[in-house]
Ligand binder design. Structure first.
Ligand SMILES: [Mg+2]
Length: 120
């Protein structure tokens, strides 16, 4: 029996799912800490390098939990639904950028003295 099989044998699936959930929460906190370290608006004693290390550690913890749960996640990399979501994400960003650009153009036009209907 290898290490993964031993852990799987010792804990019920519900506990393993709790472990995955706990690690997902820790990953979330690590991402927020890295954001805070990179941003600098709300200073933290944690350096960017430490925060990145912690993020990778939590990703590893999640991979361990998935492996013990015997969840085959490799298919996700080439999954059409994942790729579709990535495209949708990009499209939303493009739409937001276009709206922002349009709003800026409208604001610039309002301030353009040449377009003032009552210049005098
Ligand atoms: Mg962890």
């Amino acid at each position: 029996m290898n290490t993964v099989e031993y852990i799987r044998d010792q804990l019920p699936r519900g506990e393993l799912l709790c472990q995955l959930s706990e690690e997902a929460s820790e990953l979330s906190k690590a991402a927020l800490k890295l954001r805070r370290a990179e941003d600098g608006t709300n200073p933290t004693p944690v350096s960017v390098e430490e925060a990145e290390e912690n993020l990778l550690e939590e990703i590893g913890d999640i991979l361990n939990a998935l492996e013990v749960l015997d969840i085959d996640f490799f298919g996700v990399y080439s999954d059409g639904a994942r790729l579709k979501k990535m495209r949708r994400w990009s499209e939303r960003l493009e739409e937001a950028a276009e709206k922002k650009e349009l709003a800026q153009l409208e604001a610039d036009l309002e301030e353009d003295p040449l377009l003032d209907p009552y210049p005098f």
